[in-house]
Design a protein around this ligand. Structure first.
Ligand SMILES: O=CC(=O)O
Length: 323
């Protein structure tokens, strides 16, 4: 008689992006508890499975806070598909001895591509010009306002991890001059390092935010930094919205105290301040920098590798290291 293989149980509250593409890889290896398909309210669903769930899979916008963790007393692993794991209460996980993993570098290149895309779009007004043509203004109003050259721009990268480094490499190829601020200096790289983000802003034409959201980086880009960046300055954010004080950003953009912004992330997603929507010096994107089929496929492989390591007591592949 064929023996049925017992697959380890994994709880998913909300499926990862494009899950249907990778679902069979998961179901072959794991017994998935599908909270999102249950007619029960989430807390009842979790209570029902509380004693058995050891591993939880989550995505960037699903908060894994102390209240949720409390409903899962047997939990030993939170595996996030996202690069950033700021939505997981890591202090509570540490206290409970719950390991946390992230998506590693699965999407670093794709995120860097969007950072560069937003940077070019803000300077060369690609999206705004597209809208100009579509609205029939080319024939009635003539030439479109000038953009600003990419080559030669001084670009300050905030957070020179894998994503920031990929942004730096790409923009170097465009002839930009790179410097950076990061948790610590990377002596193996020749880019100038600024330990103070305000000084980085004062010495650059643009800032590109690539760091993790932590207690230290929340609202790190405040009025002082934006003022230091100055009237010709551009800011791009592909990291987390709350790294920038969004209210101050809106004011600076509205008063033309900085030139423009390219934003893939916002403080209260999916809410985007109405003022930003109405500005022509801002390019908006719905937190989609990671979304390519290729990066999501790689991310699902990393996730499976972490789950397999966990269930076979091996070292986790991509533990989340940010505080
Ligand atoms: O924002 C998305 C991610 O962190 O993967």
């Amino acid at each position: 008689m064929a023996q049925s293989v017992i697959r380890p149980q994994v709880l998913i509250i909300k499926p990862p992006p494009a899950f249907t593409h990778f679902e069979s890889d998961f179901t072959r290896k794991f017994d998935i508890l599908r909270a999102w398909e249950s007619p029960l309210p989430l807390d009842r669903f979790l209570t029902t499975h509380a004693q058995s769930v050891q591993a939880l899979v989550c995505r960037a916008l699903t908060p894994v806070n102390a209240e949720l963790l409390q409903l899962l007393p047997a939990l030993k692993l939170v595996a996030s598909v996202s690069t950033g794991a700021n939505h997981v209460d890591k202090a509570e996980c540490r206290r409970r001895g719950i390991a946390v993993t992230n998506g590693g570098n699965a999407s670093s290149e794709d995120v860097a591509d969007i950072a560069v895309g937003l940077f070019i779009d803000v300077h060369r007004k690609i999206s705004a010009a597209d809208s100009y043509v579509r609205r029939g203004l080319w024939s009635s109003q003539g030439d479109y306002p000038l953009g600003s050259k990419i080559g030669g721009k001084r670009v300050g990268i905030v957070g020179l991890g894998r994503i920031g480094y990929n942004v730096a490499k790409r923009l170097e190829a465009f002839g930009c001059k790179i410097s950076y601020n990061s948790k610590s200096e990377r002596p193996s790289l020749s880019y100038p390092f600024y330990s103070d983000v305000c000084e980085l802003a004062a010495n650059n034409d643009a800032l590109i935010i690539c760091c993790a959201l932590t207690d230290q980086t929340r609202h790190m880009i405040n009025r002082e930094v934006l003022s230091a960046l100055g009237r010709e300055g551009v800011i791009v954010n592909i990291a987390r919205g709350a790294i920038i004080d969004e209210k101050e950003l809106v004011k600076c953009l509205a008063n033309r105290e900085i030139r423009g912004a390219g934003l893939d992330v916002f403080e209260n997603e999916p809410h985007v301040p109405k003022e930003l929507v109405e500005m022509d010096n801002v390019v908006l994107s719905p937190h989609k920098a990671v979304y390519t089929l290729e990066s999501l496929k790689k991310g699902s492989e990393v996730l499976i590798a972490n789950l397999e390591a966990f269930f076979s007591n091996k070292p986790l592949v991509t533990p989340a290291t940010d505080a």
